[in-house]
Design a protein around this ligand. Structure first.
Ligand code: NAD
Length: 360
């Protein structure tokens, strides 16, 4: 199979972690007989330095022209970088918001996995962490409270602020379909999270999700109120497979789920539209504090590349090979500095990439 990928190395540690992800993808392509063609484009600070803007039309066109986008991370140190003296719409992060919008990426996927070897990093009690967990938070990314009408008014000295939470049926349906499709590739359970005891938008959410569920009889659907879900994530995270939720709830719950893994350098993510196309990137930022030192953990980016193979190319076996290589390397005791503990072998970014590629 020919995989056409647009690559955005980005800023800070971005180019280093992307180089390692490509090394691992190359090993997978060789093993399973695929060819990969990359188009590299600039975004964020790297694009500002060359083109004066964080995202060019050409970069968007290159992304549209590919089957998937693999991204490192963008941005710099806000206190010292000249990029942050520019107006907000010309700063590095504006590039990311623009590309998500241009590509209609409405579904954000963030897996939170606790590896047996890293349970020490999990801030939960041992009796909870020992059960492990492997969940995926699916967050609606382009609707809801963050995109509804907002205004602040003042009448007779009283200030009033209003934000509107709007969802249309088709917006809920398309993300629910994604959620169930992805659950079919996992443990076939969807927990739909809402606040249906209070919000009309949640009652519509629940109704549409139930309707979509009829087409997926193998998938178990449960509904959970968001306040309960926030508690269950720290009480019994092992119960979750796919958590399907709207924009704001997903924003908060996905950060909570990331924190309970305790390892920011391990967390992948994907943003999808209603085709097979997706943008895949680590959940972490560009870590300018450690850029260029060969100490960044490339695993989140490598796992994002595995998600790309699974969700954009349906190459589940190749994705499994990458995920198993990560487990193997951890089992053998190799660690980058961010996940290092006593008795392990400390490796740099490049060496971690080599080890993963060898084990694929
Ligand atoms: P960050 O995630 O870059 O770093 C937070 C801490 O985690 C730092 O100490 C960093 O060294 C460490 N860290 C992050 N990734 C690591 C890795 N792979 N290996 C080892 N250690 C790692 O968050 P920040 O410092 O708040 O942001 C830095 C820049 O990244 C900012 O400009 C921010 O806007 C940008 N950012 C970009 C994205 C994105 O591109 N999607 C996401 C978040 C932040």
């Amino acid at each position: 199979m020919e995989l056409k990928i647009t690559c955005i190395p980005g800023d800070g540690i971005g180019p280093e972690i992307i180089a390692e992800a490509r090394k691992v993808l190359c090993a997978v392509a060789e093993k399973y007989g695929h060819t990969i063609s990359y188009t590299d484009v600039l975004m964020g600070g790297a694009s500002i330095d060359v083109h004066g803007v964080p995202l060019t039309e050409e970069a968007v066109a290159a992304a549209r022209n590919a089957d998937a986008v693999l991204m490192g991370s963008i941005g710099g140190d806000a206190a010292t970088s000249p990029w942050y003296k520019l107006p907000p719409n010309l700063r590095p992060e504006a590039g990311l918001l623009s590309i998500r919008k241009a590509l209609n990426l409405f579904a954000n996927l963030r897996p939170a996995v606790l590896y047996d070897e890293l349970t020490g990093a999990c801030p939960l009690k041992e009796e909870i962490s020992k059960a492990g967990f492997d969940m995926l938070i699916m967050r609606e990314l382009t609707g809801g409270l963050y995109f509804g009408e907002r205004r602040t008014t003042e009448e007779n000295g009283v200030k009033t602020a209003v934000d509107t939470l709007v969802y249309q049926e088709h917006e809920i349906r398309r993300i629910a379909v994604k959620g169930f499709e992805i659950a079919m590739k996992r443990r076939k359970k969807v927990t739909s999270v809402d606040k249906a005891n209070v919000l009309d938008s949640s009652r519509l959410w629940r109704q549409v999700v139930e309707d979509v569920a009829k087409a997926y009889p193998e998938v178990t659907l449960e509904h959970m109120l968001v306040d309960n879900c926030a508690m269950q994530l720290v009480r019994d995270p092992a119960q979750f497979d796919v958590i399907l939720t709207e924009n704001m709830f997903g924003d908060i719950l996905s950060d909570e789920a990331s924190m309970v893994t305790g390892s920011i350098g391990m967390l992948a993510s994907a943003s999808l539209n209603d085709t097979k196309f997706g943008l895949y990137e680590p959940s972490h930022g560009s870590a300018p504090d450690i850029a260029g030192k060969d100490i960044a953990n490339p695993i989140a980016t490598v796992l994002s590349a595995a998600m790309m193979l699974r969700y954009s190319f349906d190459l589940d076996e190749a994705a499994d090979a990458i995920e198993n290589a990560v487990k193997q390397v951890l089992k053998e005791g190799y660690r980058t500095a961010d996940i290092f503990s006593d008795g392990c072998t400390l490796v740099g970014c490049r060496q971690m990439g080599d080890l993963l590629a060898e084990r694929v």
